[in-house]
Design a protein around this ligand. Sequence first.
Ligand code: HEC
Length: 122
Amino acid sequence: MRKAMVCIAIMLFLAACDAPSQRDPVAFSEALPESEGEQLYLDMKCPTCHGHQGSGDGFLSGGLQPQPGDFSSAEVMGAIPDAQLKDAIRNGKGGVMPSYARFTDHQVGELVRYIRSLSQSP
Ligand code: HEC
């Protein structure tokens, strides 16, 4: 009798464990970061000026002079070499873009790769 009770208890427990997998998958309102570069871009708050899509429309961007460029435009980005992007990240630019001198070469490279991806259709 006792064994049967334990058995039923275990079965109920397992049934309860299984339940969540039958629910609809959780829908996140925003996609999770997919690369190290994207993670850095978000963690370092680059979107405050550059915007989440890189189009230069971050919430701080309104009063900036110069304005951030448009990372989402293939035309704009096609004219800018990697070295210029890396230099801006390391040393700052135009008196507004801060310098991020502590990033490793790897991190700067990943950021540039992510910024470039914003102007490429998936
Ligand atoms: C306080 C606002 C601000 C923040 C924060 C900021 N930027 Fe910028 N960024 C700018 C502005 C403004 C420019 C344009 C400067 C210019 O053209 O002289 C710029 C320029 C750049 C450029 C050079 C683009 C070009 O045309 O040469 C790169 C690359 C860049 N930012 C990347 C980043 C990354 C990566 C981060 C986060 C780690 C970041 N920025 C954070 C304001 C910002």
